[in-house]
Design a protein around this ligand. Structure first.
Ligand code: PA5
Length: 447
């Protein structure tokens, strides 16, 4: 099994009878998803996706990735939230957070349209100077402000640089199958399009063209990614807590939440997990933070953050639990050199592998945090390959749905995301928002 849940470091915080008592509720939650009779059941296309994906489109994704590879030095991936986090997480996990600086035969990949920062945009434009560029714009709605602005900019850049015909060969659009302005516009302009399935929400979409095209462009084996997810899908069809670790993780989170552990920290010991943490935060934050409920998802990279947030976790407010991702085979080895002068007093670890020290730091921290009153769940992940990551992605998606149903919320909507947009449109003067504009301006002046 590529991903295994280890609950050893919750002993003393969660008793075995508490897990036993949750079994009937877990079965109900599992059945709600598998029988498609729970809230948000029109957004559960991701459940069977690793088996039921569009094979023709999958082949087109590979061909487009090859075309990008042959014609571009830089691929600009435009999207926000669920339309970019998954791809970036996978590329950093499997390749590296320093992917663009690696020696490689695939294009550099930059992400745009995930903020409204002028500096970020202008810096990226200057990086693109003199380079051959391709663009993959990803937006299910096609109207999200951040990516729409970035697409305007890069579309013009490509037309200016390559002409209308040339730009057409370099722009790839991932959007809604039929509805939406971006689909209509792309068809008219003759851009190749890929589909965000109707029944898959943004944060569950990494294993659709949304994630797969940028991931394939980075040279990652998308067959292996899907196979790992498929294996997890088959495993989690069981509602038995002894074999379904995703269901058990959801149960453990629920038990801890009811004991006042309202914040969960996802912990990685590898910098390549940083963007994976970000993907996870969106998945869990948007899925469960509603109706005044939900565990607040945070993340850290240790040992880096042991020197910043470590103090709080060890001894701050006791409303925390941690979930540690332990990638068993780091895929690299490095022997710690000997220093004849032993200036730092560390010769007792000379000759040891650096990963051994990292794993020892993890064990030491687990025990220290347990002693400080912080329960720890641990996910043992085989390695950083695409297969294991596909498995892990599915694990978290499945567990997220289960967590939502156990909490009594709809894990597939995100009504709260609209609030800032409405205010922003009103303040920017979008037609139709006139009343809100004057009311908001009055509130701002009153402050
Ligand atoms: O998970 C979600 O649904 C959101 O994060 C969306 O992915 C995000 O808001 C981008 O939306 P769109 O793809 O429509 O541009």
């Amino acid at each position: 099994m590529s991903v295994k849940l280890n609950c050893k470091f919750t002993e003393g915080f969660v008793a075995s009878h508490e897990i036993e008592y949750m079994k009937p509720f877990a079965k109900v939650a599992h059945n709600m998803l598998m029988s498609a009779n729970g809230q948000g059941n029109d957004f559960i296309g991701w459940v069977n996706l690793p088996e039921n994906y569009d094979k023709e489109e999958f082949a087109r994704i590979k061909a487009a990735a090859e075309k990008i590879n042959k014609t571009a030095d830089i691929l600009i991936v435009i999207g926000i939230g669920g339309s970019y986090l998954g791809a970036r997480a996978v590329i950093e996990f499997v390749k590296s957070p320093l992917y663009n600086n690696l020696k490689k035969d695939t294009p550099d990949i930059y992400f745009a349209g995930n903020n409204i920062s002028t500096t970020a945009l202008t810096e990226l434009l200057s990086i693109c100077e003199g380079k051959d560029i391709a663009v993959n714009v990803i937006s299910k709605s096609g109207t999200t402000t951040e990516p729409a602005i970035a697409f305007r900019v890069f579309k013009s850049l490509l037309v200016e640089k390559y002409g209308v015909e040339g730009a057409r060969e370099r722009i790839f659009v991932t959007t809604d199958k039929a509805r939406g302005t971006l689909k209509k516009f792309s068809d008219e302009a003759g851009y190749e399009t890929f589909v965000v399935p109707d029944d898959v929400g943004g944060r569950y979409s990494v294993l659709t063209a949304v994630g797969l095209l940028p991931i394939a462009a980075a040279g990652i084996d998308i067959d292996a990614l899907m196979s790992g997810a498929e294996k997890a899908m088959v495993t989690y069809r069981s509602d038995d807590l002894d074999t379904n670790d995703a269901l058990k993780y959801a149960v453990m989170r629920n038990i801890l939440y009811r004991k006042g552990k309202s914040s969960e920290i996802l912990v990685g010991y590898e910098p390549y997990l940083l963007m994976f943490n970000e993907w996870w935060k969106q998945l869990y934050g948007e899925s469960s933070g509603k109706d005044g409920k939900g565990i607040f998802p945070n993340s850290v990279i240790f040992s880096t953050d042991l020197h910043s947030l470590g103090q709080y976790i060890q001894a701050g407010q006791r409303n925390l639990f941690e979930t540690v991702i332990n990638v068993k085979d780091s895929g690299a080895s490095f022997e710690i050199p000997n220093d004849p002068a032993n200036v730092d007093g560390l010769n007792f670890i000379s000759g040891k592998d650096l990963d051994y020290v990292n794993k020892t730091a993890m064990l030491a921290t687990l025990i220290a945090h347990n002693d400080g009153g912080v329960p720890n769940l641990m996910l043992e992940v085989e390695d950083r390959g695409a297969y294991s990551l596909g498995y892990l992605i599915y694990f978290f998606e499945f567990a997220c749905a289960m967590s939502g149903y156990l909490l009594g919320v709809n894990p597939f909507d995100q009504p709260g995301v609209e609030a800032y947009k409405k205010n922003m449109f009103a303040l920017l003067g979008k037609p139709g928002y006139e009343d809100q504009k004057s009311e908001l301006e009055k509130r701002i002046c009153d402050k």
